[in-house]
Ligand binder design. Structure first.
Ligand code: PMP
Length: 336
């Protein structure tokens, strides 16, 4: 199969001015003690990164409660998605995901020459996903848990049901740190066809470093790792990440901050529409006026993400919330 380049959307990042509540990044400032420790790292730039990656794997393995042999490190979990699609898929293989889910899943499937399918019905129901699996026989199913963009959790039971019916399942746990008790990690021994993805871009507040992890059975990691380029993650990124991962107080502080700010945000957004229950660091509000709300917030330099039937807003600072509140009050006072 030849790739039709025109059908692949090109991801063009743009700088965000003001309050970025559209990308689910951390809004918790790195404490001074960590900034100092990072500044004091030795700058030894002439060699290819090896030791830094070994140290990072050890630190993250301890954090995640897995062995370093069960880990692969990538330049963001985005790179790991691309690598695993290339490792697992042959041309024309089918990949399935719930709807809605992370938009990049379709793109990486396409780049690996696969065919991407999603259930017709919206709403993240296990029934419609299993029907799609039955009808389309995908080789790989990709599921974010908590779900992006809604924040909904799939139960471990549901994920195990999917794992039993497909050759490979990816459980993308980009936001699991905010709700750690429901990680699929402890089910891995039973399901050696499951790959967990993690990232330092969200709760760890390190999106700029581009560090993600794959966690799976050692034999599966060994297979997929052959598709990685030799030095895919910079030693500087790995060294900085190791300092942060080793500071368990920081991650606790970040999680507490985002949970508190998510609760405040829920109250604040209620006048707009139905706020879906979320276990991540963002909320999804159902509203038919999604584009209009996003545009109004943007006038005050607050960026949120508009979808067809709602907006997704990341937990942010009180300063950003003041601007959201002002906008909502202006609109509701006009309507009354
Ligand atoms: N998976 C999900 C569900 C995400 O929301 C994101 C980031 N928006 C990623 C993966 C990619 O994260 P990163 O490449 O920064 O690790």
């Amino acid at each position: 199969m030849r790739l039709n380049y025109e059908t692949i959307p090109r991801y063009v990042p743009h700088a965000v001015k003001g309050h970025a509540l559209n990308q689910n990044e951390s809004q918790y400032a790195l404490p001074e003690r960590l900034k100092t420790a990072i500044r004091e790292l030795p700058l030894d730039l002439s060699h290819y990164p090896v030791d830094e990656l070994t140290a990072l794997k050890q630190s993250y393995a301890a954090y995640a409660g897995v062995s370093p042999q069960q880990l692969m490190v990538g330049s963001g979990s985005d790179e790991l998605l691309a690598i695993l699609c290339q490792a697992i898929l042959d041309a024309e293989d089918v990949v399935a995901a719930p709807i809605p889910d992370f938009s990049m899943y379709g793109i990486y499937t396409h780049i690996a020459r696969g065919n991407f399918v999603q259930p017709d019905a919206d709403g993240l129901s296990i029934g419609s996903l299993l029907e799609t699996i039955e009808a389309e026989r995908p080789k790989l199913v990709l599921v974010s848990n908590p779900n992006n963009p809604t924040g909904k959790m799939w139960s471990l039971d549901e994920l195990e049901t999917i794992a039993r019916r497909v050759p490979y399942l990816v459980v993308d746990e980009a936001y699991i740190d905010f709700t750690m008790e429901d990680s699929f990690k402890d089910c891995l021994a039973k399901h050696t066809n499951v790959i967990i993805l993690r990232t330092l871009s969200k709760a760890f507040g390190l999106a700029n470093l581009r560090i993600g992890f794959m966690i799976a059975d050692e034999r599966l990691i060994e297979k997929i790792d052959r598709f990685r380029s030799p030095f895919n993650v910079s030693g500087l990124s790995a060294a900085v990440a190791t300092v942060v991962v080793n500071d368990s107080d920081y991650i606790d502080e970040s999680i507490n901050f985002h949970q508190t700010q998510r609760q405040k945000l829920e109250t604040l957004l209620t006048p707009i529409g139905n706020v879906l229950p979320s276990r991540a660091n963002f909320l999804y509000v159902e509203t038919p006026d999604s584009e209009a709300w996003a545009a109004r917030f943007l006038e005050k330099d607050v960026h949120v993400r508009a979808f067809a039937d709602g907006i997704r807003v990341s937990a942010g600072t009180d300063e950003a919330y003041r601007l959201l509140q002002q906008t909502i009050e202006e609109v509701t006072s006009l309507e009354n």
